[in-house]
Design a protein around this ligand. Structure first.
Ligand code: GTP
Length: 597
């Protein structure tokens, strides 16, 4: 294909603003998928994606479109994951495009992710086509939100397209505008081949399917390719384009988007952001911007039933084939037994992994409270990265650094006070504030990531009746006064409950956890103190009073079979008990204490 006839674009939007629905309509309008074959959200292949209505993995598709001049163009639509945990994947998808359709729900207006994605698109020098979607909704206010968009982009509000992904209204005009406004790709067709990997997925039948955008030169099928990040070479088993099913092609040239299959079985061998070149005539320098996925949030995952431990390990192994960002290593806990310490990109990533483990592998899991990575410098000058509270150094700590993020919150102005209060209570630092219109405000905060991963989003939603939207990005680290709090049962530390918190919040955590455990742990035959401690200093205490448990008391007289049954039952119940020192704790109590509400 002549690069002049190619247009590469993506759709960026806040969650639920209708990206997938619009993509579906584009497939239909261009005749790539027939109307009767259409099912909702054709491009979202994973079940969880369809059920939760979110796009986890990018998909891309080639769309033929005549254009106003009827010359016949090739459009590549690159579907980007919308969520903040996947910012790196979003930025790679954007780098594969020359333009972006900025989709805004005409009944909601601009939201935090709209802006975050817009900034990313601008950093990648993309041509942005703003579009108001869902104009069929009775609640749509296109005039009002066109003004908001025009204010931010500095364009004419009347030039903003209005479409409905549901009815298809305006979709053809949008495709024409994509051809007219978005620049054709430019690259050096004679240079050694360079293609950027913007997505790679694991398929059980074909192994890893790698999506690439060719920047320079040409990649032909049956050539040996080379990954520039690590120098590994692979035979090319298949090269193709998606339209909407995979279709093999002989070669891909400048500006073209397609997939390649090499037979590798693990997505970590074909990483997003890496540059593919040819072994015979390799390029000298890779396309910039590659980086290794870095976990930001850690949590312990344990099977409720200890015998499922090997199954959990197999499941994690399999998930990792599909998810280059998932990290894990074995860990043991006195309270929870054998499990794994897992690293995730963020909270959503963590939820998705857990849900997939439970759903696809039929496991029942307990997860410990999530924590971020702390950089601790001790008095003797050594430095360590703590991803688990139990690795917190005992000795003298000189400095603790914690990751911070830049948050963008957009909400109706009436909630400004409530949001500021919440952010301050989470150690946030106001960086700036802008009015998008008379009724909506954008607040920018610098905040510790550790405060966000702990039910911040839920609190924000409940204080703003669901109207606030949030996005955040990494912004380095800061020096903080952090301590480790231990929870002790009869003098024994229960490792699963240890937490790292700011000094000013340690007391509240201690009080909350000890009170919770007092409710959850049944009385024993002796008194059980529950304490919260920082080092050797006790900061909170509760006591479970002793009880003499007599299961036979309920049986009057000498009905021996009934007695036996009761004893049997008590034994049964004990199996689900964990011993912490001398104290018997039902496993349910651990699960309940670890849940956030
Ligand atoms: P994520 O992939 O989760 O970011 O969502 P999305 O942006 O792809 O949104 P999706 O297409 O799943 O649409 C979200 C909801 O809006 C769904 O319930 C759609 O049926 C609805 N919707 C999408 N487009 C339109 C539209 O043009 N009009 C109306 N009335 N509803 C729409």
């Amino acid at each position: 294909t002549d690069p002049a006839m190619i247009r590469n674009f993506c759709i960026i939007a806040h969650i639920d603003h209708g990206k997938s629905t619009l993509a579906d309509r584009m497939l239909e309008v261009t005749g790539v998928v027939e109307k009767r074959q259409m099912r909702a959200q054709y491009l979202d292949r994973m079940d969880i994606e369809r059920e939760r209505g979110i796009t986890i993995k990018s998909q891309n598709v080639r769309l033929p479109w005549a254009g106003v001049d009827k010359r016949g163009y090739t459009l590549h639509m690159i579907d980007t994951p919308g969520h903040v945990d996947f910012t790196y994947e979003v930025s790679r998808s954007l780098a594969a495009c020359e333009g972006a359709v900025l989709l805004v729900d005409a009944a909601q207006g601009i939201e935090a992710q709209t802006l975050a994605n817009l900034y990313l698109a601008m950093e990648n020098d993309l041509t942005v086509i703003p579009v108001l979607n869902k104009i069929d909704l009775p609640a749509a206010q296109p005039e009002r939100y066109a003004a908001e968009i025009a204010h931010i982009l500095g364009c004419d509000p009347d030039s903003i397209l209005r479409v409905s992904g549901k009815t298809g209204e305006g979709v053809e005009e949008l495709l024409d505008q994509i051809v007219a406004d978005i620049p054709a790709p430019v690259g050096d067709a004679d240079a050694p081949a360079r293609a950027m990997i913007f997505d790679s997925i694991y398929d059980i039948y074909r192994g890893v399917i790698t999506y690439v955008r060719v920047v320079d030169g040409r990649i032909s099928s049956r050539e040996r390719i080379k990954m520039m990040s690590n120098g590994t070479t692979h035979e090319l088993l298949e090269l193709g384009v998606i339209s909407p099913d995979p279709t093999p092609v002989m070669s891909l040239g400048v500006g073209e988007v397609g997939y390649l299959i090499t037979g590798v079985k693990d997505v970590r061998q074909s990483r997003v952001g890496d540059t593919v070149t040819l072994l015979n005539r390799p390029a000298a320098t890779p396309i910039g911007g590659y980086r290794d996925p870095k976990p930001m949030v850690y949590s312990g995952l344990y099977p409720v039933d200890g015998s499922e431990y090997p199954l959990l390990r197999d499941a994690l192994d399999k998930l990792q084939l599909n998810d280059a960002a998932l990290m894990w290593e074995p860990e043991t806990s006195t309270a929870l037994g054998f499990g794994f310490r897992c690293g995730f990109l963020g909270l959503l990533h963590m939820e998705i992994v857990r849900e997939r483990l439970e759903r696809e592998f039929d496991l029942t899991l307990i997860s410990t409270a999530p924590n971020v990575v702390y950089r601790v410098v001790t008095d003797d000058g050594s430095e360590l990265h703590v991803t688990n509270p139990s690795d917190w150094p005992e000795g003298k700590i000189a400095e603790v650094h914690e990751p911070v993020v830049k948050c963008t919150i957009i909400a109706p102005t009436e909630f400004t006070g409530a949001i500021m209060e919440l952010c301050q209570s989470r150690r946030g630092n106001l960086q700036g504030m802008d009015y998008l219109s008379e009724t909506r405000v954008e607040l920018r905060y610098m905040m510790p990531l550790g405060e966000i991963i702990f039910d911040f989003f839920d609190s924000l939603k409940s204080r703003t009746r669901g109207y606030a939207s949030l996005d955040y990005e990494e912004a380095g680290e800061q020096l903080s006064d952090l301590v480790k709090i231990d929870i002790l049962l009869q003098g024994e530390t229960v490792d699963a409950f240890s937490a790292i918190a700011h000094k000013d919040k340690a007391y509240a955590y201690g009080v909350r956890m000890t009170a919770k455990l007092r409710e959850l742990i049944p009385r024993q035959q002796f008194e059980v103190p529950i304490q919260a401690a920082i080092g050797s200093r006790i900061i909170a205490r509760e006591t479970i009073r002793a009880i003499r448990k007599d299961v036979l008391a309920k049986c009057y007289g000498g009905d021996i079979t009934r007695k036996r049954k009761l004893l049997e039952k008590q034994k049964e119940g004990k199996k689900k008990m964990k011993m912490v020192g001398r104290v018997e704790v039902p496993q349910d109590a651990f699960i309940a204490a670890l849940s956030t509400d």
